[in-house]
Write a protein that binds this ligand. Structure first.
Ligand code: NDP
Ligand SMILES: O=C1O[C@H](COP(=O)(O)O)[C@@H](O)[C@H](O)[C@H]1O
Length: 456
């Protein structure tokens, strides 16, 4: 294996375990993972590759895959499915009462139905507060909250999972992580391709429902929340709910929407679509730690680059004596993807005889630092959590409600055509107004900083 390449690590033998409190205990019953929506785009791109990788690494039993075709609105399909599962369990001599069935609903919300039985529900969880609550109530009639796994795959990304450790296991950050030191926080998602082939789906939702209300908001929770009293999933989720409940109503003047030119050429997109494919939204958290610090959530499709990152920009040094050459402020950047990294942009003396300053970085690039280590796909990790019964990285009902409460008024205004997206060129940075809003919010762009990637 060459330097910097990832590898799959196979476990010695297939073992199955579940989480009870903080302990993992072995389980023996036959495990069936039932993917509803198996012919869909998500299943093809994410669910099956993740299951395959888990299988390759020895986390799933070596059984055949079966495909059962049926309609979601007729009983026969489900009866056939039940027969197939029971047949499979019998063939594995599964003891009565020990079988484990995991239902993964990779389905649009309109199609949601009903040992242990757990269900995984894929986003979008509704379209707004009302529909999400309705969906939660319907699912709640069939399953208890500990059985429901609302999946947000950003919570399965390595550097998102690292946030808790980073914030609460490092003395460095504890005193700095607040309004006294941090000027602004950006949470950014950029994609360099459009809605290609998903225009019909996307147009019903738009970038806020697709990315911001879930993925970026979940990241915000982990960046902004208070320290949980323990690592128990419920205690972590309690803190996430609190921070969501502290977010103030979004102001129209702190929103920039965009739609890339050519988006409406997709035959599945209506000619007069008002759906944003780009949005910058500023959230303000009304609490002791964050009062006055803008949390800038940016997401866009068909832009000039692909990345997801958290950028924490610190305030200027008070009484600065090095005024001659200011390249930018201290920034702590957590690059979620691609090329996972964390780096801290800081001022140092320019090496040499002169006393001048230059911006440099403390760089933790994962590929260099963790050579030969496998970074699992988010879905792999999360599916394994569902089998183990660990809900830490899944969205609880009250969390979901609080998330929709933040965005529903804005989304309704967009749906009613009261706010219009600004056209932007595909392959650009998005609307210039978004960068202007950033500047207004206090973000200071770095100039003249050059990063030289470390060589091995
Ligand atoms: N370990 C690693 O991998 C490291 C990599 N680097 C690399 O060094 C380079 C510079 O790093 P860094 O300074 O952090 O990142 P960038 O230069 O990519 O961007 C810095 C910030 O400036 C914003 N910006 C960029 N162009 C404009 C513009 N025209 N108007 C307004 N705002 C703008 C970006 O917004 P937006 O987010 O919207 O693009 C981003 O918030 C990057 O390529 C980075 O990947 C640096 C250190 C370590
Ligand atoms: O949930 C979604 O995420 C993908 C991006 O996922 P990533 O892990 O590749 O960052 C996005 O393309 C899609 O529109 C959205 O529904």
């Amino acid at each position: 294996m060459g330097p910097g390449e990832w590898c799959l690590q196979k476990r010695d033998s297939f073992k199955s375990e579940t989480l009870v409190g903080n302990e993992t205990v072995p389980e023996i019953g036959c495990l069936s993972i039932i993917v509803l929506g198996a012919s869909g785009d998500l299943a093809k791109k994410k669910t099956f590759p993740a299951l395959f990788h888990l299988y390759c690494q020895g986390f799933l039993p070596p059984n055949e895959i079966k495909y059962v075709s049926g309609s979601y609105d007729a009983a026969e399909g489900f009866q056939m499915l039940d027969k197939e599962i029971s047949k499979h369990e019998t063939s594995k001599n599964s003891l009565e009462g020990s079988s484990r069935r995991l239902f993964y609903l990779a389905l649009p919300p309109s199609l949601i139905l009903g040992g242990w039985t757990r269900i995984v529900v894929e986003k979008p969880f509704g379209r707004d507060l009302g529909s999400a609550e309705e969906l939660s109530s319907q699912i709640g009639e069939l399953f208890d909250e500990p059985q429901i796994y609302r999946i947000d795959h950003y919570l399965g990304k390595e550097l998102v999972q690292n946030l808790l450790v980073l914030r609460f296991a490092n003395r460095f950050f504890l005193p700095l992580w607040n309004r006294d030191n941090i000027d602004n926080v950006q949470i950014v998602f950029r994609e360099d391709f459009g809605t290609e082939g998903r225009g019909g789906y996307f147009d019903e939702y738009g970038i806020i429902r697709d990315i911001i209300q879930n993925h970026l908001l979940q990241v915000l929770c982990l960046v902004a929340m208070e320290k949980p009293v323990s690592l128990k999933p419920e205690r972590i989720r309690d803190e996430k709910v609190k921070v969501l409940q502290s977010v103030l109503p979004i102001k129209d003047e702190e929103v920039v929407l965009g739609q890339y030119e050519g988006y409406r050429d997709d035959p599945t997109v209506p000619d007069h679509s008002n759906t944003p494919t780009f949005a910058t939204v500023i959230l303000r958290i009304h609490n002791e730690r964050w009062e006055g610090v803008p949390f800038i959530l940016k997401a866009g499709k068909a832009l000039n680059s692909r990345k997801a990152e958290i950028r924490v920009q610190f305030k200027d040094v008070p009484g600065d004596i090095f005024k001659c050459k200011k390249q930018g402020r201290n920034e702590f950047v957590i690059r979620l993807q691609p090329s996972e990294a964390m780096y801290m942009k800081l001022m140092v003396k320019q090496p040499g005889l002169e006393m001048s300053t230059v911006q440099s970085e403390l760089d933790l690039s994962y590929r260099q630092r963790y050579q030969g280590v496998t970074i699992p796909e988010a879905y792999e990790r999360l599916i394994l959590d569902t089998i183990r019964g660990d809900q830490q990285h899944f969205v609880r009902r009250d969390e979901l409600k609080a998330a929709w409460e933040i965005f529903t008024p804005l989304l309704h205004r967009i749906d009613n055509g009261e706010m219009k997206p600004i056209p932007y060129q595909a392959g650009s940075r998005g609307p210039a107004e978004a960068d202007e809003l950033l500047e207004k919010a206090g973000y200071v762009q770095t100039h003249g900083y050059i990063w030289i990637p470390p060589t091995l």
